[in-house]
Design a protein around this ligand. Sequence first.
Ligand SMILES: Nc1ncnc2c1ncn2[C@@H]1O[C@H](COP(=O)(O)OP(=O)(O)OP(=O)(O)O)[C@@H](O)[C@H]1O
Ligand SMILES: [Mg+2]
Length: 430
Amino acid sequence: MLPVTNGFALGVDFGTSNTAAVLRWPDGIVKPLLFDGSELLPSAVCFTGTPPLLAGRDAINAARVHPEGFEPNPKRCIDDGVVQLAGAERPVVDLISAVLTRVATEARRVAGAAPESTTLTCPSGWGSQRRDVLASAASAAGLGRPSLIAEPVAAASYFVEIAGGRMPVGSSLVVYDFGAGTFDASVVQRTPDGFRVLAERGLDNVGGLDVDAAIVAHLGASYARRNQQLWQRLTLPSTSADRRAARQLWDDVRAAKEQLSRTAAVTVHIPLFDEAATLGREQLEQLATPVIDRTVRATRAAIRDAGVESATIAGLFLVGGSSRIPLAATLLHRTLGIAPTVIDRPELVVAEGSLYTALEAAPAPEAAPAPLTQPASLTQPASPPPRRPQHPKPRLRKPPRQQRQPRCRRVHRYPEGRGIGGEPWRSSRR
Ligand SMILES: Nc1ncnc2c1ncn2[C@@H]1O[C@H](COP(=O)(O)OP(=O)(O)OP(=O)(O)O)[C@@H](O)[C@H]1O
Ligand SMILES: [Mg+2]
């Protein structure tokens, strides 16, 4: 059962590239917060030399003038204590807090007051030190003391509460979370009290950024041969102008990769060379295969670690923006024999699902473990959620013809939109 509140509840997913935040209104309506018109706030920050630390698109814009003050992925610095921005050391807590401050400000603007409760998600493998950094940043941002929720638990809550997935007690959900900077495969079991993470395999340095890096390396193979010095200026930029050009290249590569999930071929502008390179879907798949293979192997290992019978697996839920790459669903289906569940806005699953983790305290919808002969049907929830009239009923949608293999369950909730990220290039650990 959903928690009974008289106020607003905020769910926040602070990601490597993007931060997503969802607000539940007192009447139960759930809406994503919009940042400059987008459901995704780039997690980037930029220090221009004078406070405040900019976050989101403001940071990305400022980075054109102040590339040395730019950090595109503060989540990747979670262990670092401090980072160098524009020649000065800044606590990582401040960087994360700058991003969360944008969320807190927007939530207050929409709600008219601070939300009554806040849930903030983090990878389930994070220890107390990382969780403390995140919680301190949230407090500094004015989000009070949020409840920290493990990302796969939030995803499982979404699967049951929003996507209408059927999960009897004892059954398990495989959560495949392929984001920008990290990959996590988790097996989450339904218990009488909620959910329990049975097994998790995390790959800290596997994400969409690695697919971007593979594309850049592929381009480099021909462009460096033609002009090594020019290409080096793009890969190891030392001046502000070259950093700008390098960021442009990584931005365009990421946009091209995202477009290739929908189209067969794209062109990428190569700065400094001032040329356009053509990239096809097949090329992208070849380049992405080693990265995606690792995620599939990790998923298989997580299922093995969990020791669950395949008959009790309720579904394979794809979340995170990089799960949009059609090859991910294809390889998963081929390797695991489970038809993946995919939804239109995989970046919002964790933030929204975190609002429903109060389910953990609710009575189980079914008392006895019920082996499932096949992944649960999304059209038959185990029990109708108590307050769901504000959500359109999930419905299945056939993927476009060229994407029909594998057959995925696709739940349509939000209008189609393009993922928006802000990472110009992988930040080196400091
Ligand atoms: N259509 C698409 N095709 C391929 N990749 C996509 C697509 N849309 C978004 N992405 C990728 O998804 C990633 C962003 O996803 P998401 O917002 O879920 O990550 P994150 O939460 O910031 O990262 P993490 O979960 O690793 O901390 C980026 O690498 C982006 O390029
Ligand atoms: Mg994420």
